[in-house]
Design a protein around this ligand. Structure first.
Ligand SMILES: Nc1nc2c(ncn2[C@@H]2O[C@H](COP(=O)(O)OP(=O)(O)OP(=O)(O)O)[C@@H](O)[C@H]2O)c(=O)[nH]1
Length: 579
């Protein structure tokens, strides 16, 4: 389960749908199978019913006719009187006449009659072989060959149909035996035979493939089967263990029990056909059993389900079902993939872009109104807000950084460049000047006796003095000249594209402006006089910043040394004050 949870959505859905398929398909297959079996069973029952009706109407008819005729013969008053007095010659002659007339009607053109009281056995056949000598012999209760007669009398079975081979004719004969009664008294037995060859051909041999019809008696002993070796000839006189029963065809004892139970169920139930699933030669069969009261036998129809209605017939249906299910699952997966998995993958990718900052524009296809699309739309809005705020933040940081950067180059009190700012400007300006073969001039100003102003008028007034000087200088220079507070009461002015003339003029003008300034007043209202000493230097082609500053400083130093409140231009050899 953990592994499933760790999987990506697509394989996870595929696995889940596969599991779903198995979970749905297996019970469905079992249900279809059970439904198919139930259909097969119902069909088999119908088939067995129809088979019986068919057999009855078409092929059992001759047997039924013979049975009815035999019953009529046994019930004849002529025969019954004769059976009461077997030694009466008149009754015997009348009986033989009666028997002969029935013989003409019997299909087999034969009859037999056995009388219990005398043991006399009468018989004549189709070729009228025994005319005049119909009394064939006397039945012996102790002779094995006559046991059938006495067994049937003892069993009091009204009708008995027995199959025995006629060894003389080489055919299988069905013997129809009906008791001769006078009230409850059993007087003997009469009957006829029927050549079964034709019957077997039509009923038990002309079955459809997968259908085996056979006839059994109450004990399950086989009476008619297309394989004559399986027929239990002379059933009546055999012990149960010696009978050839259905067990010979069925694989297991319980199959025989099931068929016998089905036979038994017909006694109490109203159904005409009972069924039981059995195995024959290792294959599943449905045994349809029906009782034929006219001949007191059961017809058993064994239906080979694999041949008649193989479950493979349902394979197409199951395949169609499975394919439909698979198709639906595939469609479900495609829809899921299109509506959920792919948008989520795009969303995931977009989120990664936002996370790494590799994209500034999130473009997601957010068509539709589903939850995933709503999520994506929200994400787009959110990411746009995040990116906007990031852009704002970055802009602010840049702004602040620039401001900080500027502050590091600006003197807060005068808002002039500080020493660092001026050095940077000097550097870039010196390079440009060198490129353009111009001259860069500097003026270095230092307030005179500034300590005294501080001392006499206070530090705040001193500050005011510095600000006033700064303002004066800024107003005096060109827009592209740079003014800096070099430190304390010192100012450095940079003059790009300058001439000695301009440098000297400006130096002098600045000195005069400051000396004449009346803007600085003490708390008492007294005007405080200020003056500066100024050193000027015009750069030459071999200068560096250091040499320029050094020479400017030398000029300032000279100004201070001479008299203060004076502008001095740098002179390499002949130092002296400029006028
Ligand atoms: N009020 C005020 N005073 C400052 C400031 N920075 C420097 N100073 C003062 O400026 C004076 C500088 O003195 P110096 O340049 O050494 O000497 P000076 O008094 O100006 O005399 P000279 O330069 O020799 O004419 C010192 O007293 C400092 O305390 C400032 O920002 N404000």
């Amino acid at each position: 389960m953990l592994q499933l949870a760790a999987m990506n959505l697509r394989p996870r859905f595929l696995l889940t749908t596969a599991l779903f398929f198995v979970i749905v398909a297996v019970p469905s297959w079992l249900a279809v199978r059970s439904m198919a079996e139930s259909i097969v069973e119902k069909w088999a029952v119908r088939y067995a019913e129809k088979q019986v009706l068919y057999d009855k109407s078409r092929t059992l008819q001759p047997i039924l006719r013979e049975v009815a005729l035999t019953r009529q013969l046994a019930n004849s008053s002529v025969i019954r009187q004769w059976a009461q007095q077997p030694s009466n010659p008149t009754l015997t002659q009348n009986a033989i006449n009666e028997l002969e007339s029935y013989r003409q009607n019997f299909h087999d053109k034969s009859y037999f009659a056995g009388l219990l009281k005398s043991g006399a056995y009468f018989h004549n056949n189709a070729s009228n072989e025994y005319a005049g000598k119909e009394l064939r012999y006397v039945l012996n209760p102790n002779a094995a060959k006559d046991a059938w007669f006495f067994d049937l009398i003892r069993q009091k079975r009204e009708l008995h149909i027995n199959v025995n081979p006629d060894l003389d004719l080489g055919i299988t004969k069905l013997w129809i035996d009906v008791l001769i009664r006078d009230g409850d008294e059993i007087l003997g037995m009469t009957g006829t035979g029927l050549d079964l060859t034709n019957f077997i051909n039509t009923v038990v041999e002309e079955n459809l493939p997968g259908v085996t019809s056979l006839f059994v008696d109450h004990a399950g002993a086989i009476q008619i089967h297309r394989n004559q070796k399986l027929i239990d000839f002379g059933t009546v006189s055999k012990a149960t263990s010696q009978k050839k029963t259905l067990r010979l065809l069925l694989d297991r004892d319980e199959d025989l029990t099931a068929v016998l139970a089905a036979m038994k169920s017909l006694e109490s139930q109203e159904e005409t056909v009972a069924t039981a699933f059995v195995e024959v030669d290792g294959k599943r069969h449905l045994a349809g059993v029906t009782y034929l009261p006219e001949i007191d036998w059961y017809e058993v129809t064994l239906l080979d389900l694999d041949v008649l209605l193989p479950l493979s017939e349902f394979t197409g249906l199951v395949l169609l079902y499975a394919l439909t299910l698979l198709g639906l699952l595939a469609l479900f997966n495609i829809a899921l993939s299109r509506d959920v998995v792919m948008p989520l993958a795009r969303l995931n990718q977009a989120m990664a872009q936002v996370e790494t900052g590799s994209s500034t524009q999130i473009a997601l296809d957010t068509l539709g109104t589903g939850e995933v699309n709503q999520l994506m739309q929200r994400f787009v809005r959110m990411s746009q807000a995040v990116m906007e705020s990031r852009r704002d933040l970055e802009a602010k940081v840049q702004e602040r950084t620039a401001a900080l950067e500027r502050l590091t180059k600006i003197d807060p009190m005068t808002e002039l460049l500080n020493r660092r700012g001026m050095l940077e400007r000097l550097e870039s300006e010196l390079q440009r000047t060198m490129r353009e073969a111009n001259h860069l001039g500097i003026l270095w100003l230092d307030l005179d006796e500034f300590k005294d102003i501080n001392d006499h008028f206070g530090h705040a007034t001193g500050d005011q003095a510095i600000k006033t000087i700064a303002s004066l200088i800024r107003q005096a220079v060109r827009p592209y000249d740079a003014v800096s507070r070099w430190g304390g009461d010192e100012f450095l002015v940079m003059l790009p594209n300058a001439t000695q003339l301009y440098l000297d003029a400006l130096g002098e003008r600045l000195r005069a402006d400051i000396a004449n300034c009346r803007k600085l007043t003490a708390d008492s209202g007294e005007v405080i006089a200020m003056s500066v000493s100024i050193g000027g230097y015009l750069q030459t082609s071999d200068d560096t910043i250091d040499t320029m500053l050094e020479r400017g400083d030398q000029a300032l130093f000279r100004a201070k040394a001479l008299q203060r409140n004076i502008y001095v231009a740098y002179e390499a050899k002949t130092p002296g004050p400029a006028q």
